[in-house]
Design a binder for this molecule. Structure first.
Ligand code: FAD
Length: 633
């Protein structure tokens, strides 16, 4: 039965992580009828897995913190490639978004005076991460869901129907977006449990689909992160920027093999854990790059004192931004100083009491106890880099979260620009709230200014249906799981943490071969709960996104943040002015990914002046520095 059931809404929010839920709340509060569509169960998104906390300069743990310091840290973390307007809005609005969560019912850990507690994290000058133990994402999602239920109760009182204005369709995967001319008109997809097809008619769509990690073999990401939103945006005519920047989190589990890649939160280091090689050396002191030399401790004693007296000591290099730490671990292992399972040691046991560890890091304690039979209060963990986050994503207007396609918005991990070449820990949860809210408002404003409503064409629905049905009619020459493994291995080995031109050229060749094979993937069985079928559809998205990553990574001939070139090891100030964008263009065999350069807009002068000229000199070309306050007069 291929009947398509139709629904009509004002706004579709695709994704039920923090960005999607915050967008949905905002659009509903502005009087719009909203549907939330999510591939997994309601409440199961990456956001729920977030451990360490939400970065916001509330200044509770150090009153010297403020939005300007947070802004500077974010730009440094991203090596000045960030969209400065996004970084500005993010730094300014994050505290409000955290306090607002309290009004929704969030219960954060407290300082002794009863304020929201804030912890240290890599790249953040002051303790800045609001947290709930190491289960912050759970509290964030719980609270946003609670707010949604309370809005539904209000709707019930008014309309007699809880779901009249805000309805969640969970376990529903969007496979296509529809347009009417240039404008967004709706979306199509299937329900996982039944295989039933639904078509949504709506003039505004917010993409909040999260990341792309499942294109890599070793990843902290879970099954649904196949880059669907990135690919949907491309196919709808939007652009992706910064796709070469993929974050490899320095500390994933490396043993046992079945759990390789699962995240070990940065809070372990924020709370005093240190990295050691097989010789027992705290090796990070050898890896402080020049651009950060003044801000990091040069001796273990100073680094250790910093935990108690941050004003008079510099932070330990274990808390450098993630790209630096991941590269250092990679190098130690390569040079033969790794642990037996191919990682390095992360030791908190010898540095903090059992009671402290179990109170501050309860999930890590259980994770290692249950999955690896390691007691982290007594022994070190073995850890290594894992594909964690994609800085690249849909290009958006910073203020409205709108894309170049009228009616299409994007927020959260699926959007690009905010984090530049490398995201600081804790800056994602705050990003979700700030830009989720802005996307909901942007969609509502767009609707208020809309003339005639766009319509979904029947033939477009027929085409989306035919595309979804296709794998059932192919005589299974190719297997979706085999192709997925090949794709993951290719990305892991050839476009991973350290990159080279010849390897990436090889990757692009293999991706082209995979692209030819994907249409031959056949599936058996019915449409109800058929993971082989789901993967067959996800594959084309993962492939498209992987092509963007490989093409952009090959083009960028420098090393910066999450993009490290063995053949171009230095950061090049001329490349800071260049953004690479991917779009789709019609080729002889259908749509092809095309890559273009676009200039990075120059930073507004009052923001530029927040930095010292000496620091800017490390990133900017001479002719760009003329406008700085220190250079005038
Ligand atoms: P997600 O929370 O990833 O949600 C995406 C949603 O989209 C899901 O509901 C999914 O089902 C849905 N979806 C995807 N494709 C489709 C489709 N085709 N159709 C319908 N729905 C779809 N960041 C921090 O700031 N601090 C931390 O401490 C932290 N810890 C982390 C720990 C782990 C283990 C991981 C994996 C990440 C962590 N991060 C952290 C990063 C952060 O959690 C994510 O970047 C963030 O949660 C992404 O939120 P989002 O709302 O953009 O998307």
């Amino acid at each position: 039965d291929t009947t398509v059931v139709h629904h009509t809404y004002d706004v579709l929010v695709i994704g039920a992580g923090g960005a999607g839920l915050r967008a949905a709340i905002e659009a509903r509060m502005r009087g719009k009828r909203v549907a939330i569509l999510s591939k997994s169960l309601f409440g199961k998104a990456h956001t729920v897995m977030a451990e360490g906390g939400i970065a916001a300069s509330m200044g509770n743990a150090n009153p010297r913190d403020n939005w300007e310091v947070h802004y500077r840290d974010t730009m440094r973390g991203g090596k000045f490639l960030n969209n400065w307007r996004m970084a500005e809005l993010h730094a300014k609005e994050a505290p409000q978004r955290v306090w607002e969560l309290e009004t929704y019912g969030a219960l954060f850990d407290r300082t002794p005076e009863g304020k929201i507690s804030q912890r240290n994290f890599g790249g953040h000058q002051f303790p800045r991460l609001a947290h709930v133990g190491d289960r912050t994402g759970l509290e964030l999602i719980r609270t946003l869901q609670q707010k949604i239920v309370s809005l539904q109760q209000e709707d019930h009182a008014r309309t007699g129907d809880y779901e009249s204005d805000l309805k969640v369709f969970h376990e529903f995967t969007v496979t296509e977006l529809f347009k009417d001319g240039d404008r967004i008109a709706g979306a199509f997809g299937y329900r996982r449990p039944t295989g039933e097809y639904l078509c949504f008619h709506a003039p505004a769509v917010v993409l909040a689909t999260g990341g792309i990690g499942k294109s890599f073999k070793v990843t902290s990401n879970s099954w649904e992160y196949t880059g669907d939103g990135h690919a949907l945006a491309l196919r709808a005519g939007a652009r992706l920027i910064n796709m070469e920047f993929v974050q490899f989190h320095p500390t994933g589990m490396v043993w046992p093999p079945s759990v390789k890649g699962i995240l070990v939160t940065e809070s372990v280091r924020g709370d005093g854990g240190v990295l050691k090689n097989s010789e027992g050396e705290r090796f990070m002191f050898r890896y402080i790059p020049d651009v950060f030399r003044e801000q990091y401790a040069t001796s273990e004693d100073e680094g250790d004192r910093w935990y108690e007296d941050a004003d008079n000591n510099r932070r330990p290099p274990e808390l450098l931004p993630r790209d630096e730490v991941a590269r250092a671990i990679n190098n130690e292992v390569k040079e033969g100083r790794g642990s037996p399972a191919g990682g390095v040691y992360l030791d908190i046991a010898s540095r903090r009491t059992t009671e402290f560890i179990r109170k501050r890091l309860p999930s890590m304690y259980h994770q290692f106890k249950e999955l690896a039979d390691v007691d982290i209060t007594a022994e070190p963990m073995e850890v290594g880099p894992t594909c964690h986050y994609v800085m690249g994503g849909v290009e958006v207007d910073p203020d409205t979260a709108g894309t170049v396609v009228p009616g299409l918005f994007a927020a959260g991990e699926v959007a690009g620009g905010m984090h530049g070449s490398n995201r600081l820990g804790g800056n994602s949860l705050s990003d979700l709230l700030v830009f989720g809210c802005r996307a909901g408002a942007g969609a509502a404003d767009y609707l208020d200014g809309l003339g005639t409503a766009p319509a979904v064409a029947d033939h477009a629905v027929d085409a989306a249906l035919a595309e979804a049905e296709k794998p059932f009619s192919v005589r299974g020459e190719e297997n979706a799981y085999t192709l997925h493994q090949e794709l993951q291995q290719t990305m892991n080995d050839l476009v991973g943490i350290i990159r080279r031109a010849d390897e990436m050229e090889m990757a692009l060749k293999r991706l082209a071969e995979l692209r030819d094979r994907i249409p031959r993937v056949g599936v058996s069985g019915g449409r109800a709960y058929n993971p082989g079928w789901h993967l067959a559809m996800d594959l084309r998205n993962m492939l498209m996104v992987s092509q963007c990553i490989a093409m952009a990574a090959l083009e960028r001939q420098e090393s910066r943040g999450g993009h490290t070139r063995d053949d171009y090891p230095a950061m090049d100030e001329n490349w800071r002015r260049e953004l690479l964008n991917c779009s789709l263009a019609e080729g002889p065999d259908g749509p092809e990914v095309q890559l273009e350069h676009q200039p990075q807009p120059a930073m507004r002068s009052d923001l530029f002046d927040l930095f010292e000229l000496d620091e800017l000199k490390k990133y900017y070309t001479g002719d760009e520095l003329g406008g700085h306050r220190a250079d005038q007069g």
